[in-house]
Design a protein around this ligand. Structure first.
Ligand SMILES: Cc1ncc(C[n+]2csc(CCOP(=O)(O)OP(=O)(O)O)c2C)c(N)n1
Ligand SMILES: [Mg+2]
Length: 589
């Protein structure tokens, strides 16, 4: 029997051991140098990894996903990790392939998402001599990786399997650190032979060695976090940025405080929720009375929040809840305390919940929402749903009025407000919603009411890249749930490579809803758009295009739906099929 190549022994030991440590998804991009890893991943996805030597029925299953473009592979892995809350493995070859992972790694770093990046490299004797496809890969991601190691090529005489197992343990424990999860980079050198094909017996022996060789810690130990009691007293607001989670709502509820929760905070629900917070923060009666701010997650959608917290003159005490992101939110370095978690101290006599404080915010919020609704209706009277009682009327005249109004409502052109509202109404707790970086997430953040639904947005760096790939990862991991993605046309075109599913790759239920206004209309909002020449803004900021989205969908084998009015929008949102589809919504610039 031919001996198993060290590269293959190492690849199997490392990957099988990572699966034993909780990995459920492996994303592979093709390449020769990484062949041992890719082939091992493919094998493991078919046979699973046994939980114990004697009982293979308690095996761990691992899913394999293959993508040609490493940038897509990186964001797909990010989406998978977001949904599974486990680290996802990404395997690439050497050279520019590695660099294509950088955007997803930066996003994962800034939003605290665990990733295990396995990049193949040349062994030391082939480095620095202009060898083909060879660059300086060790620590290429700099501060964005929690840990990076340049692992020498596995050699026949070294204890290759043990090394793979040890490396897996260390890498997964760092990537899933309870306080600071994030990307880990294993740069792995491989020497010829780059792989070999083990026989069934050799494979069984390799896996048995992994099962007996590693100590499995499936679940990360819960973060030992201190809970600090804070007094109820000061007039407090709770702010929830992206990734805040339900704890923010819980605290607001406990303290009886207004809750200003961004759209992707995971806390935009409950009785204390304040809609229209940006306008309200501009009202001195409310804003000037704030004495304390407690901030969860990463607020990124308004200027008002950083301005409020960052203004030392106001004398506001800001407490930031640490969370698991790499940086603590600290505008103006004005955050007084950073805490793991807080709870409200028992009420002492004379220090009851300040009902007036919450009441003032809620009243102002309701007034604002009513005003906004009235304005919207005045601008678009056709969107008003007809009075249902008139349809039951006996007189033909009033019936005609009803039918006309109904037709007008159905034929109404879609505005951004209508689009975000319709998507929000169509979403349910068992669905997933992903929001791209564009005007639409801001419109959604401004007016949408509270709803307890899972919303994700890549707000670590708020890139327009990788949105579709991230959503596909979320869709695959949350199947059979429906994942909707709402994003702009440029964000869609930036990530169009993610629409490519190779033959045999899973095609999840994902509805990519593109608000197409022909370019980056978010830039029309910039102050400079008032003074600069229109054609200058047009060329370098708006960046117009005339892409045929239907043709694009056809090329990639996606279902396509075009929406040009309110009726078509409703139909598209409720008519999602079983696989990927592109819904193009025509918006006015
Ligand atoms: C990777 C990356 N490049 C550039 C930007 C800057 N940027 C922010 S929004 C935007 C345009 C978005 O256009 P579109 O997706 O059509 O949304 P719209 O503004 O039209 O709603 C750009 C280029 C970014 N956020 N990320
Ligand atoms: Mg656009």
């Amino acid at each position: 029997m031919r001996e198993v190549a060290p590269s293959t022994t190492f690849a199997f030991s490392l990957l099988a051991s990572l699966v034993r440590h909780g990995v459920r998804d492996i994303v592979v991009a093709p390449g020769a140098r990484s062949q041992a890893l890719a082939l091992a991943a493919e094998q493991l996805s078919r046979i699973g990894v046994s939980g114990s030597q004697s009982d293979s029925s308690v095996g761990e299953q691992v899913r394999l996903h293959v993508r040609i473009d490493e940038r897509v592979a990186g964001f797909l892995a990010l989406g998978l990790s977001v949904e599974t809350r486990r680290p996802t493995v990404v395997i690439t070859t050497s050279g520019t392939a590695v660099a294509n992972l950088h955007p997803a790694i930066l996003e994962a770093h800034h939003s605290g998402v665990p990733l295990l990046i396995l990049t193949a490299d040349r062994p030391e004797e082939l480095r620095g001599i202009a060898s083909n496809q060879t660059t300086h890969q060790p620590d290429i991601f700099g501060r964005a990786s929690r840990w990076s190691i340049d692992e020498p090529a596995p050699m026949p005489e070294s204890n290759v399997a043990e090394r793979g197992i040890a490396l897996a343990a260390q890498a997964s424990s760092i990537a899933t650190d309870a306080h600071a999860p994030g990307p880990v980079h294993l740069n792995l050198a491989f020497r010829e032979p780059l792989s070999s094909t083990p026989t069934a017996e050799q494979l069984a022996a390799l896996l048995a060695a992994v099962v007996s060789g590693d100590v499995v810690e499936h679940d990360t130990a819960p973060a030992s976090s201190a809970t600090t009691e804070i007094p109820r007293g000061p007039r407090t607001i709770v702010i929830a940025g992206t990734g805040a989670g339900p704890e923010a709502e819980e605290l607001a509820h406990q303290g009886g405080w207004p809750l200003l929760a961004e759209i992707a905070s995971g806390a935009r629900f409950g009785r204390n929720l304040i809609i229209g917070y940006r306008e309200l923060l501009a009202q001195p009666e409310l804003a000037d009375a704030i004495q304390r701010v407690i901030v969860f997650g990463h607020p990124t959608l308004s200027r008002e929040i950083p301005a409020l917290i960052g203004d030392a003159e106001r004398g506001i005490e800001t407490i930031a809840i640490r969370g698991t992101r790499s940086e603590v939110y600290n505008p103006g370095h004005n955050v007084a305390r950073v805490l793991d978690s807080v709870t409200v101290a028992e009420t002492v006599p004379g220090q009851d919940t300040d009902r007036e404080w919450l009441g003032a915010w809620l009243t102002a919020s309701r007034a604002l929402v009513a005003e906004h609704e009235a304005e919207t209706l005045a601008e678009h009277p056709e969107t008003k749903s007809p009075d249902i009682t008139t349809s039951r009327s006996e007189t033909p005249a009033s019936q005609r009025i009803f039918v006309k109004a109904e037709l007008a409502a159905v034929r109404a052109t879609v505005t951004r407000d209508m689009l975000v509202d319709a998507v929000w109404r169509a979403s349910w707790p068992h669905d997933r919603l992903v929001l791209g970086a564009s005007r639409l997430i801001r419109v959604a953040d401004r007016w949408l009411p509270g709803k307890k639904i899972p919303v994700h947005a890549n707000r670590g760096l708020a890139g327009i890249d990788g949105t579709i790939a991230t959503a596909i990862g979320i869709a695959i991991a949350s199947a059979p749930a429906l994942t909707r993605v709402l994003l702009g046309d440029l964000a869609t075109l930036h990530d169009v490579g993610s629409m490519l599913f190779g033959r045999g790759e899973e095609r999840p239920r994902v509805q990519v809803i593109v608000g197409n206004d022909g370019g980056g209309s978010i830039f029309d909002m910039l102050e400079v758009a008032q003074s600069a020449a229109e054609e200058s803004i047009e060329r370098v900021l708006f960046t117009p295009h005339e892409v045929n989205f239907e043709g694009l969908a056809e090329a990639y084998g996606w279902r396509y739906v075009r929406v040009s009015n309110a009726g078509e929008l409703e139909r598209a949102l409720t008519g999602a099929g079983a696989g990927p589809e592109l819904v193009e919504v025509i918006l006015a610039r």
